[in-house]
Design a protein around this ligand. Structure first.
Ligand SMILES: [Zn+2]
Length: 300
């Protein structure tokens, strides 16, 4: 059951599987993300109506379906205009790009074309071409900051001292439970966490955790987890391994048993993110042998 919770005079959020920001701009509402699907969209509209608010704007932090899957319904049911940045906007416009990317650019297997990996299509009205910009609405100003790493062009939204963090940071509980959290660019994710640790907003709201006033400690826990996984992968590659072998051994190390084809592709992409980061920093090397790619740590 989603509930409207207040953070500041004009800033609220709906708590749910994905937290959704609600900014009161006079009689209108600005949403930060929209949720997974039509059923979430209907709940949002009912709550806005109960609070005499008209939906005017949706700002998506990134393209993942649990953040923009309700756009489609909301866009049809209201006059809401959608804002998104860079590549995120491209995938919100063309959701097929997500399963396509998980399947190496080939037409994806049908199992990957589900509502969790392929949101319903919506049309971005305002393509943001840069970050560190301010958007001025009737009674409030919103700042867009880069929080890349989990997703290529993820943004954070700052409003009235509150930072909506998207999936740039996870709770300690989630880290302890899952360890292998989803990132596509390890270097950018590390830079994002280092940046967050130095910020001083009044309040932070991650999409899948409770609001917090202190981000420094949580950023460190997130960063330590990434560094640990990177170290494990580097160690596993002391003997040369294919991507598939490394995936299997990393999952075994963390005692993860994959339960679906979707999870397999997410985990494989995550491993690829660690590999490209290590490779681009000249910490591992790549050899094409017998028509197979092998990764190996560089000593010294
Ligand atoms: Zn996400």
């Amino acid at each position: 059951m989603m509930e409207l919770k207040q953070l500041t005079e004009q800033v609220y959020y709906l708590d749910g599987p994905t937290n959704i920001g609600v900014i009161k701009d006079r009689e209108s509402a600005i949403l930060i993300d929209s949720g997974l699907d039509d059923s979430v969209a209907k709940k949002i509209l009912r709550i806005l109506e109960d609070n005499n608010l008209t939906l005017k704007t949706i700002i998506n932090t990134h393209f993942h379906a649990d953040h923009c899957g309700a756009n489609n319904y909301l866009q049809q049911a209201t006059e809401a205009e959608i804002y998104a940045y860079g590549i995120e906007a491209a995938i919100i416009n063309y959701p097929y790009l997500e399963p396509l990317s998980f399947f190496s650019g080939a037409n994806p297997i049908k199992d990957l074309k589900n509502k969790f990996l392929m949101a319903k299509e919506s049309k971005v009205d305002h393509l943001l071409k840069e970050t560190n910009i301010k958007l001025n609405f009737d009674s409030i100003e919103v700042e867009i900051i880069p929080l890349q790493g989990h997703s290529v062009n993820q943004i954070g939204v700052v409003v009235d001292g509150v930072l909506f963090c998207g999936d740039s940071i996870f709770s300690k509980k989630v880290i302890d439970k899952h360890k292998l959290l989803f990132y596509t660019d390890i270097e950018k994710q590390k830079a994002t966490l280092e940046f967050l640790a130095e910020t001083n907003y009044d309040c932070y709201l991650p999409s899948h955790a409770k609001a917090t006033t202190d981000i420094r400690e949580l950023a460190k826990v997130n960063l330590d987890c990434i560094n640990e996984i990177e170290g494990i992968i580097f160690k596993l590659l002391e003997s040369a391994k294919s991507t598939e072998q490394l995936l299997q051994e990393t999952l075994a190390y963390y005692q993860v048993k994959l339960k679906s084809l979707q999870q397999y592709h997410l985990m494989k992409t995550l491993i690829m993110a660690y590999l490209s980061s290590l490779y681009n920093n000249d910490r591992i090397e790549l050899e094409l042998r017998d028509n197979c790619l092998y990764w190996k740590s560089i000593k010294g």
